[in-house]
Write a protein that binds this ligand. Structure first.
Ligand SMILES: Cc1cc2nc3c(=O)[nH]c(=O)nc-3n(C[C@H](O)[C@H](O)[C@H](O)COP(=O)(O)OP(=O)(O)OC[C@H]3O[C@@H](n4cnc5c(N)ncnc54)[C@H](O)[C@@H]3O)c2cc1C
Length: 340
């Protein structure tokens, strides 16, 4: 799935979180590339799910395992799809003078039916920090998109023609198409350094709410209003093509109360994502951080059904027992497991 954490993460972690990344717009997330797993239950049973080809025999439980945040069993082996390498790839950088216009451009590219491998979004706070750090030579603008397409040279030209035409209709500050591997590298340089660059200048909390792409302009405007109301700086750098937002809320961990302010700001932003038809997490999972927000997206009956699935795979609730579900909802089950 090409996660930015690829130097540090492993395949089992990708499966547990159903990870995505810059190139999942075209290639899908982990679940779209997983054919089978071997999983060991907490009772020591070895379970084979899926197999070496699509649509293996038995119940189709792969989707249940992928993204289950290590709650159902320990994955020990995985069979993955292998894809042919594309003939070539080329990115184009497009600068805009407003976040909302850049968001509308993303929405129009998707509506036009072109399928880039990546559409990455960076707003001004992120651009300034990245430019100071990586010196990628990005234009002076409010929002920047990096759109990359793949294929033969003629396929690339045809796709980029459509994308550039759509971009022009949104009055861009600059359109810069890579004409060599070196230029392509420079276009990606700032984006690839973004998280590290922000970490050099501030403490930050990275959110992961995911929204319908058509709601990007509204949600970007909403994030601005929310962050201003908390007096915190928020930078946006994310996989815009599939609506997976990563607002980075910057705060000062040494300032009493700032972390709590940052968390409250994050809660409001995630609630907004759910309100517009999105969800709390695209790829980072619910874990501990978002367990108390599950009620914003799911009813009690939904969560009860999800917990019943865990009852089947892990009756004693030993695997990541305090993650994903609000503690009050899972208390009886966790206490029953601890007493057993
Ligand atoms: C800087 C940074 C950038 C990131 N960028 C991305 C990104 O672009 N896309 C993305 O999707 N995520 C991203 N992440 C989040 C995270 O790295 C990914 O979700 C990654 O897939 C987690 O894998 P891991 O090996 O690090 O798992 P861990 O963090 O070690 O574990 C994650 C979960 O998987 C469970 N688990 C681990 N091993 C197993 C196993 N064998 N069987 C069952 N459960 C298991 C753990 O219990 C835990 O709940 C980023 C994180 C950071 C810090």
């Amino acid at each position: 799935p090409d996660p930015s954490s690829q130097l540090a993460c492993d395949i089992a972690g990708n499966i547990a979180m159903n990870s995505g990344g810059a190139h999942c717009l075209k290639y899908g997330v982990t679940t779209n590339n997983l054919l089978g797993v071997t999983m060991v239950s907490m009772e020591g049973e070895v379970i084979e799910i899926g197999g070496a080809y699509l649509d293996s025999g038995g119940y189709d439980l792969l989707g249940l395992i992928c993204g289950s945040e290590g709650q159902l069993g320990v994955v020990t082996e995985a069979t993955l799809r292998i894809l042919p390498k594309p003939e070539g790839a080329r990115p184009v950088l497009i600068g805009f003078d407003s976040n909302e216009v850049a968001g509308a451009c993303v929405s129009d590219i998707i509506k036009a039916g072109v399928l880039p491998v990546a559409i990455e979004f960076m707003d001004r706070p992120i651009l300034e920090i990245c430019e100071n750090y990586a010196k990628a030579g990005y234009p002076d603008c409010e929002a920047l998109l990096i759109v990359e397409v793949e294929g033969s040279p003629s396929e690339i030209d045809a796709q980029l023609d459509v994308i550039k035409q759509i971009a022009r209709s949104h009055d861009p500050v600059e359109i810069r198409e890579a004409s060599s591997a070196e230029e392509a590298g420079r276009i990606w340089l700032g984006r690839k350094s973004a998280f590290g660059a922000v970490g050099q200048v501030a403490d930050y909390m990275c959110l992961d709410g995911t929204i319908p792409v058509s709601e990007l302009p509204r949600v970007l405007a909403g994030i601005k209003t929310i962050s201003e109301s908390y007096g915190l700086k928020v930078g946006n750098v994310f996989h815009a093509g599939d609506g997976n937002m990563h607002p980075l809320i910057m705060f000062d961990a040494n300032k009493p109360g700032d972390l709590e302010l940052c968390e409250a700001c994050g809660t409001d932003i995630l609630r907004l994502c759910v309100e517009v038809g999105g969800c709390l997490t695209g790829e980072h999972g619910v874990g501990v951080e978002k367990r108390d927000l599950m009620g914003a997206q799911f009813t009690d009956a939904d969560m009860e059904a999800q917990m019943k699935v865990k009852d089947v795979f892990d009756p004693a609730w030993l695997l990541n027992p305090a993650k994903v579900f609000p503690l009050a909802s899972s208390r009886t089950r966790r206490e029953r497991g601890a007493a057993a």
